[in-house]
Design a protein around this ligand. Structure first.
Ligand code: TYM
Length: 367
């Protein structure tokens, strides 16, 4: 089984999954698994250790993990196929050890250039320079440390800074060649290739399979429109779990009527007809992309003078999809999820530990 080419992806559980996650990562993975599970090893996992890169409600984490895996199943992942694996990252300790090893071969500057850290943790450096605290009594120590924890979570932790290293470990541990992800993860995938190549060269052996370049990933999955689904209210930015208002985001758990309203009030532009121009007309292009990705043909609307019919058509498609999905989701049982997780985790621990051992030997940790 492990001699098969591995296809792997993971989705964080910080917030409910949205249609950007679905179209960017889940749909390519699940479509492929449905048709080609005989030919590949398919790993769809929950990167639970990545949950803390942004602040979360820790008491909800277990429910969120269960919910995410239930979504995988409800969306049609052929979970009973012997080549399909669902697992939690933290149940396979080799991920963490490999991440620690990789971190020693990663330059500080290399991590610092990662745009996700730059965006989310922009103020951390300024913060760091300004928090040279010298507490004078115990009471003050407690207060200061509470504030520091809060500020660290809000502005960017070391976990956020080096999370691409853990992501690289997630991929390299299983020698994954194909990794369906959205556009925002491109840089992380490239970093994964770089570090794999660097270590292979240093130890003069094929310790890691290099995941394919992003261009080849796109060719392989053939679904690149979904790679950057935009926020409906502000189409200059991507649809994101961390949007506080949720107005521009369609969650898989949204009531179909609520989703319909979000689409009907999507921001477009003041041009006079429907045209596709990804950069100049982000709102309407996003709607056209969504229509195509949910099975429609955008040619029906190109050149029309009103945006209303396009919005209604997108709303119909998405409301129907959500209704169907939520119906399937309600049939997934906790016991099913739990037994599949445990089964896969046992198997993945064997595969991961075998590979980790090769790495440990190559770098001198084992004889
Ligand atoms: P995360 O949890 O932020 O997002 C999960 C997946 O959804 C994609 N995505 C989008 N695609 C299109 N349009 C959007 N608006 C949009 N928003 C999100 C993301 O690109 C991603 O593919 N680091 C990863 C999780 C991870 C991982 C891995 C992925 C950890 N280890 C190993 C692949 C392989 C992340 O934070 O994704």
């Amino acid at each position: 089984m492990s001699s098969k080419t591995t296809i792997l992806t993971g989705l964080r559980v910080n917030n409910d999954l949205h249609i950007g996650n679905y179209l960017g990562a889940l749909l390519p993975m699940i479509d492929l698994a449905k048709e080609h599970a005989d030919d590949y090893q398919i790993n769809l996992f929950v990167p639970d250790l990545h949950s803390f890169t942004t602040p979360i409600d820790h008491s909800r984490l277990q429910d969120a993990i269960f919910d995410t895996v239930s979504n995988y199943i409800a969306l049609g992942l052929p979970i009973d196929h012997e080549n399909v694996h669902v697992y939690r990252q933290s149940f396979i300790p080799a991920h963490s050890e490999l991440a620690l090893i990789l971190s020693n071969f990663t330059g500080f500057g290399e991590m610092f250039r990662m745009t996700q850290f730059k965006e989310k943790g922009r103020s951390i450096v300024a913060q760091h320079q300004n928090t040279n605290i010298e507490p004078s009594d115990t009471h003050e120590v407690e207060d200061q440390s509470d504030t520091t924890i809060r500020k660290t979570e809000e502005n960017g932790s070391v976990g956020l800074f080096n999370y691409p290293i853990l992501m690289a470990a997630d991929i390299l541990l299983y020698n994954a060649r194909y990794v369906p992800v959205g556009d925002d993860q491109t840089q992380h995938l490239e970093f994964t290739r770089d570090i794999a190549e660097r270590i292979n060269n240093k130890f003069e052996q094929e310790l890691f399979v290099l995941p394919e370049s992003v261009k080849h990933q796109h060719e392989f999955f053939g679904k690149d429109q979904g790679l950057r689904v935009r926020d409906l209210a502000d189409p200059t930015k991507k649809m994101s779990k961390s949007d506080d208002t949720g107005k521009g985001v369609i969650f898989l758990s949204d009531n179909p009527e609520v989703a319909r309203k979000k689409i009907m009030s999507a921001t477009t532009d003041s041009y006079e007809d429907v045209q596709y121009d990804f950069d100049k007309r982000p709102g309407v292009s996003n709607l056209l992309d969504l229509y195509t990705l949910f099975g429609g043909s955008q040619h029906e609307f190109l050149g029309q003078v009103q945006y209303g019919p396009l919005k209604s058509a997108v709303a119909d498609k998405i409301a129907a999809f959500l209704g169907e999905h939520q119906q399937m989701r309600s049939t997934v049982k906790q016991a099913t999820v739990e037994s599949h997780l445990q089964h896969s985790e046992q198997l993945m621990n064997q595969i991961a530990n075998r590979h980790l051992y090769d790495v440990q030997r190559a770098i001198g940790l084992r004889r």
